[in-house]
Ligand binder design. Structure first.
Ligand SMILES: Nc1ncnc2c1ncn2[C@@H]1O[C@H](COP(=O)(O)OP(=O)(O)OP(=O)(O)O)[C@@H](O)[C@H]1O
Length: 218
């Protein structure tokens, strides 16, 4: 069964400045949806409104066309979110972190065997890139219908980006993704549908227009 998660008629302002005006956006299971936009256009704000940690002036989130009665993140199994900033406490050991997210360590080792025998290491002792990789992996694998990824490839080395893209493609069989990342080539390769956010307006677009707008090799 295909599931949808939609933002409808969302208006959001900060100190009287319009960030989002009458925004519509749809996520679907089985699809990766991309949101493109320059720095500061409001992508993170839109993600937080969808997730439920930011309250807009108007608008709502609909799951399979039914308006949510509470924030999306409070509904078990509905949505996971990778924010731009680190969110896992450094004192936790890797094994404990995987337990918390209900993700088996073996799932990680299948894609990233370099973490074998490191279960007892504390999360805070990993390199910045390794921490980012594990956070992205856990959110992607979390047992939810939908996942939002805010710049998942930032700080990752190219081989990890490639493998993380494989994880997303595999998980897409059962969930829907919404992704923003400045690595346009990767986003284009992964995504099935595209939106563009500019001056508060979200429009549906396609890969060719995004390449024209942002350039492939900036
Ligand atoms: N608490 C705040 N007070 C004032 N302005 C804010 C606040 N939070 C966000 N903004 C502004 O709102 C706009 C949208 O921010 P947002 O983080 O949603 O953009 P973004 O598209 O995700 O940017 P980036 O690609 O750089 O992450 C930005 O111009 C930002 O400066």
């Amino acid at each position: 069964m295909m599931n949808t998660l939609e933002l409808e008629s969302v208006r959001y302002e900060i100190n009287g400045r319009k960030i989002l005006s009458d925004v519509y956006l749809k996520m679907e299971t089985g699809k990766v949806t991309a949101l493109a936009g320059r720095n500061g256009e409001g992508k993170t704000s839109l993600f937080r409104i969808m997730y439920g940690t930011l309250v807009p002036e108007t608008g709502a989130v609909f799951s399979n066309k039914v308006r949510l009665s509470k924030q999306a993140y409070k509904i078990e199994g509905l949505i996971s979110f990778l924010p731009q900033v680190s969110f896992i406490p450094g004192y936790l050991r890797i094994a404990a972190v995987f337990n918390l997210f209900s993700v088996p360590m073996d799932d990680l080792l299948a894609f990233f065997p370099e973490f074998r025998y490191r279960e007892k290491q504390r999360f805070g002792d990993l390199s910045g890139g390794e921490q980012r990789l594990l956070e992205a992996f856990l959110v992607i694998k979390a047992p939810t219908l939908f996942t939002i990824l805010d710049e998942p490839f930032t700080h990752l080395m190219p081989v990890h980006v490639e493998r993380l893209m494989e994880v997303i493609t595999a998980e897409k069989q059962r969930k829907g993704f919404l992704i923003a990342d400045h690595q346009l080539q990767q986003v284009l390769a992964l995504s099935d549908s595209f939106y563009y956010l500019r001056a508060g307006i979200v429009t549906q677009t396609d890969a060719a227009i995004l390449v024209d707008t942002f350039g492939m090799y900036r």
